[in-house]
Structures are given as C-alpha cells and as structure tokens.
Design a protein around this ligand. Structure first.
Ligand SMILES: Cc1ncc(COP(=O)(O)O)c(C=O)c1O
Length: 448
C-alpha cells in the first residue's frame, strides 16, 4: 500500500495539484472499506444524461408526475408551516419521527388492511432509507437476502453496499413463485447459507409491474414463517391500483413476521423524502438507534408538511387523481405495444404502479440496444440493472408514469423501429455475443 503522504508529496514535487483537488487520481483508493467496492455507478448513467433531453421520449425514469399536485396549495401549506409553527418545524425532532405523523401513517396503512399503532412506526428519509437501515441492522458480509428476480435497483444497490449475497427467486405474472421460494430456501439451508430476510415488492412490482396474487400471498407467508425467515414488504405503489380496492398487505396477516416499508413519494411527492418502516418492537428499537446514528432525526419540517397535508387536504382524492392519470398512461403504453411491437416481443400488463417489463426475442441484448435507442430519441432501462448478477439482458423496463400519452405512443413507435432493426441485424449476422454484466448496475435516483 502506498502511504498517502508519499503520494501527495511526490505529486507536489512535480509541481502538480494534490491528487485530492479535482484530479482524476484517487489518492485514497486503497483506503476504502471493502463494502465500498460494491458501490459502482452505472456505466449507462452518461447515456441517461443525454436521454433527459426534451427530444428524447424517456420510458426510463421512475419519476412520479408531481405536476398533477395542486402546487399552489402545497406552497401555502409550506409557508404557513414556517410562519405558524416555525419553532417546531425548524427544530430537531425525535429519532422515531413525529408522533402525530406516525398516527396518520397508521390511517394510510389501514387502507391495506393493516392495523398498527403509531408506536410501531419509524419515519425514515423515504423508504430507501428504511431499506438501508434494515440492511444495516441485519446484514453481515456474505449473508443471504432473497429477492424477486428482477428486483428494485435501489434495494439491490443497498444490499451490495452491505455486501449481502442476493439470491433471486423466480417470478411470473402472478408474482413470486412459491415453489421456487421453498426450493431455494431448502437448498440454501442445506448448504448452510445464512438467509437473513426475503425482500419483496408484492404489489405493482418495480420493475416487473406484476402483483402477487391472493392465494400466493398466504403461501409466501406460510413458507417464510415455517423457515423462520423475516419478510421485508416494500410497498410504495400499493395505493396506485387501477381497478378495485387496494390489495391486502402481507403485513396485515403477519404482524410479527413482516417489516412493512411505506412511502409518500408516489402518493404525494418524493421531494418531501418521507417514508416509513412498520416493524415488530424489537426490530423497531434497532431501527430507531440506526436512524439516530445515520441522521439524528428526520427533517421535522418535511414531516410536519406531510402531516399538515394529510390533515387538511383531500389526500384520498389526490391519490385517485394520480391513479386515473397513471391508468391513462398505462393504457397508452399497452395499446401502443400491442399495435406496434414485433410479435416476438412480450410484456407484462400491470394493474397499477409505474412499470411494464418487456422481454426481447432470443439473441437481443437490451443494454447493447440502448445507445441506438437513445440515438432514435427513446430511452428505457435495460434489464441487467434489476438482477444482482447482471443477468436480464433480454429484458427492459418501460415506465409510463412521466411522459404524456402521446409521447408514450411516439416513444413506443421509435422503440419498435429500433427493435425491428436489431432483429434484422441478428438475422443477418447471428446472435450478439454474450456480454459481461457483472455487479449491480445503479442508474441513479431519477431512474429508480
Ligand atoms: C420498490 C421501491 N422501493 C423503494 C423506493 C424508494 O422510494 P422513496 O425512498 O422515494 O420512498 C422506490 C423508488 O422508486 C421503489 O420503487
């Protein structure tokens, strides 16, 4: 290992800038903790910088359409908060979160059949922080996390950062396949691998858009209970269903075996960064300690703003507005796919949420196609980002949450053209050679 002082002195001797001041050389490269090696920026980030140009139809971003909020009202609410409750709103808060907001969160969760007390809730900086805290308190390097294949890219990044080994469970258009879950648990237990928890997004999954059906919910609960495996139920899209009542949460049927993660990012706005974890008491206590060590306390300001919004505004109506808006966009995407895609391409048909998961014909690689798609002014997220081992090259995630319906149709028209061309190239020159896809490929927050 090269002592840092030596490295810096040597550069200064040559009249150069120290390595830490804007240089590309990282003088501390050999000082990072081993876990930091799992943190890698996606090589496709640069492409997405181009994809955010207005002429590109982005079916990539997972950004909620916050423009549909009554922004004047939010402005007034925030301003009132400072003038009327400034000394509290601008002060430190408790590590567990504002007690009144925690009660309101319980009202929200009741819509999914959960009956819990405010004392069971920890408010977090988005559900992303809840994921981080859960991983921090449960995972030692090498521990196993079970997750759907594919799974949420932000969770995979967190698991990688804590050096967990993610084992994917097969999923179909009805969610996790219970037999695959049972067999994987059996194989891992037989091999002596320590399984710490199952991470699942049972409703309107990110990225696949599928929902765990009613019968399977009970099977998944039973399998995990028998094996003594904790379930982390991540449910940011649960209230964004397009038909009927919200699905009953897994947590509703097993308060001791499930940690439930919720968020106001999709039902209000991600900019407030308010999410939560609902956990059995022993786990809750650890989460509060981990929360305090991470940030002391969440922002009182945004917690009170969300609390005030829930107390004074028709939030259920607002969720309905979001649902109708996203349903129209989902319909636009599915109709365009039906009409324009080559018949060899298949895709899921989500009943809510933000995402469609498409599968390309044999021999096509979505990551290789992306630059050509961006050149044709359409973007998507390649499937490789949603698997911990970088598989998934034949898949792509298409988001319908942000572009307007006409743009979605135009985006699909462009994408269908690119895929047809790729199929012709494949037919002429043969299958693209297998490419290396290693590690977790995190494309960044606006794409999560
Ligand atoms: C499945 C899932 N979990 C968690 C998050 C993080 O959401 P937030 O931290 O904004 O609550 C997202 C964001 O896209 C998500 O899709």
């Amino acid at each position: 290992m090269t002592p840092r002082r030596w490295a810096v002195t040597r550069e200064l001797d040559h009249g150069q800038t120290p390595a830490t001041q804007g240089s590309r050389i990282d003088a501390y490269v050999d000082r990072y903790a081993a876990r930091a090696t799992g943190m890698v920026a996606s090589e496709i980030r640069a492409l997405f910088a181009v994809a955010s140009r207005p002429e590109v139809v982005s079916l990539a971003g997972g950004m909620p359409y916050v423009t549909a909020l009554p922004l004047d009202m939010v402005g007034e609410l925030v301003s009132d908060l400072v003038t009327k409750r400034g000394p509290v709103a601008l002060q430190y808060g408790s590590g567990q979160g504002d007690p009144h907001l925690r009660e309101q969160i319980c009202d929200v969760m009741r819509l999914e059949g959960i009956h819990a007390g405010a004392d069971d809730v920890v408010v977090t900086v988005g559900s992303q922080q809840a994921l981080d805290l859960i991983t921090r308190i449960f995972i030692d390097p090498g521990d196993v996390v079970l997750a759907e294949g594919p799974s949420y890219v932000g969770a995979l990044g967190t698991f990688a950062a804590y050096q967990a080994k993610v084992v994917h469970i097969a999923m179909d258009d009805q969610g996790i396949v219970p037999e695959s879950l049972a067999q994987t648990i059996y194989a891992l237990e037989t091999a002596g691998a320590p399984i710490k928890f199952l991470y699942t997004i049972p409703t309107f999954q990110n990225p696949a858009g599928v929902t765990l059906n009613f019968a399977r919910r009970q099977q998944v609960l039973d399998i995990c209970q028998r094996a003594g495996i904790l379930i982390i139920e991540d449910n940011p899209y649960g209230l964004l269903g397009f038909d009927g009542e919200p699905m009953r949460a897994l947590r509703a049927d097993n308060p001791d075996g499930v940690v439930y993660l919720g968020s106001f990012s999709k039902t209000l706005a991600p900019g407030f960064r308010v999410g939560w974890a609902l956990a059995p008491h022993a786990i809750r206590d650890k989460l509060v300690l981990a929360m305090e060590s991470a940030v002391l306390s969440h922002s009182s300001f945004t917690q009170l703003a969300v609390g005030q919004y829930l107390a004074t505004q028709p939030w259920r109506e607002q969720i309905k507005t979001f649902r109708e808006l996203y349903r129209e966009r989902r319909d636009a995407l599915l109709e365009a796919l039906d009409a324009l895609m080559p018949p060899e391409v298949t895709w899921t048909r989500p009943g809510g949420g933000f995402f469609v998961w498409a599968t390309l014909p044999e021999g096509l690689d979505s990551k290789a196609i992306l630059p050509r798609a961006v050149a044709e002014r359409v973007a998507f997220v390649p499937g490789t980002g949603f698997f911990s081992d970088g598989s998934g090259a034949r898949h792509m995630r298409l988001s319908f949450c942000f572009p307007e319906p006409d743009r979605i149709r135009e985006g699909v028209r462009r994408l269908a053209g690119v895929i047809e061309q790729e199929m012709q190239i494949r037919d002429t020159f043969g299958t693209a050679s297998a490419r290396d896809h290693n590690g977790v490929d995190t494309p960044g927050p606006d794409l999560a």
